[in-house]
Design a protein around this ligand. Sequence first.
Ligand code: DQQ
Length: 590
Amino acid sequence: MSAPKFGYVLLLIVLINISNNGVDAFHKVFKKLQSKSTLLESVSPLHRTAYHFQPPRHWINDPNAPMLYKGVYHLFYQYNPKGAVWGNIVWAHSVSKDLINWEALEPAIYPSKWFDINGTWSGSATHVPGKGPVILYTGITENQTQIQNYAIPQDLSDPYLKTWIKPDDNPIVKPDNGENGSAFRDPTTAWFNKKDGYWRMLVGSKRKNRGIAYMYKSRDFKKWVKSKRPIHSRKKTGMWECPDFFPVSVTDKKNGLDFSYDGPNAKHVLKVSLDLTRYEYYTLGTYDTKKDRYRPDGYTPDDWDGLRFDYGNYYASKTFFDDKTNRRILWGWANESDTVQDDTVKGWAGIQLIPRTILLDSSGKQLVFWPIEEIESLRGKNVQMTNQKMEMGQRFEVQGITPAQVDVDVTFNVGSLEKAEKFDESFATKPLELCNLKGSNVNGGVGPFGLITLATSDLEEYTPVFFRVFKDAASNKPKVLMCSDAKPSSLKKDTGTDAKERMYKPSFAGFVDVGLLDGKISLRSLIDHSVVESFGAKGKTVITSRVYPTKAVGEKAHLFVFNNGSQPVTVESLNAWNMQKPLKMNQGAK
Ligand code: DQQ
């Protein structure tokens, strides 16, 4: 083997082992554990979330086919009804009128026919005029081949779409045209091209180590034919799971666009979930409907250094277009970061994160994300802080709320950037390395400053979410780093020989593209017992961490603002709200 090739294989092995975002290849079946059921009474409440989407027990992964139908929101998700590790996967189904309270229905799709007898994996829903919503999903056959199937509601007059039928003329797409039958899954929502009368959808795949999104076309939504070219592919990115492809408006800063939008002033987004790294990345680009080609703009890397919806624990995400409110809404899954053994003991694993709206940033070069406004209806008691100046080493407690379950939104003013450290260009695509080097306690010029969440009063345990401002030597412009650091989050050990026995306590990081002309930068964190979802600069950079404190739990958790930079930083305004539990969260789910 030549040296570069050997180096590449070595890199892959290292990446598979250490950079898989804490997920130990979850398609791996833990035979002894996958059907080890937990009685409801034995589910551990300690780190369960209060206002995030969860069933009462057992394992969940990808959000599937979110949609709005006759005024009712639907969320399907990959679910193991028998245990707290991946396996026995069905499409669990929940409905909601407000995206906050969820009612569990019977699983919509589960293995029962030759075309899905070994698995009903992820997929999407499309509203097909005259037919209603049609689900496309991946079925696993007896010989473990991945094929694409469709399912339709039994009764279109039922807004809850309780029963789904899998017609016998399935599958609609098989890997019989050179595709890799063990890496061929997760069909997207389809879009319709008025000009040629064809529906189109994508299926994620790989060839050798090239990630691919194949495109299929259909006139009647039944007979699908592969397009000559995949919509996109990229070398050295491995399997592309859960692709998502949708337009965003360049001019409308409030509304999202439907999947089939084909007018002026739009860009397209192609997002893929990388099985090798367990991260996602997206590109913005132009989709030429005539030539059927998608070309990334090229401002950002088209590989695993690319832009992310979320730089933390976030995977298998999926959007839908809410035509009642004209929003494009994103759902994403966060797996557990503790051990498989712990998951089994606590009896549950995985949450869906708070849905987020997606818009194009005014720069046109990235997206911005914000928690759906419905979540604000859960806000209870509010405390505030204004014009609080923090000198180097100072921290102030946010008192009067229950910090294990809050929504906190703070605007900092950094004043002058004179003291900002010089940015070392060799870190330009390595925010994580920079965060690992310059943690929340490493004094700087401007920053680190931010929030200390889920903390004990003496900081024996804490999860800091913070910014550090550098200055680019050539342009003199600020380069802002955002970190969410789980390393000090728990006294539980993160060492051990076997990955399954180790708690995963990673630091996560991304750069935030802001000019800081007025010195202001905002940070909002949704804190919910074992999850911290943080939105930097109004959602330009988002990071989610899963953490499992042993002492900073429930009433014993604290919240602080802090500054460890030599430049004083002012908390211009801070609002923190206790968050209430929704009345309905899938009680009674099977
Ligand atoms: N999860 C599903 C697959 C998908 C993966 C199986 C992504 O369809 O590729 O549970 O998390």
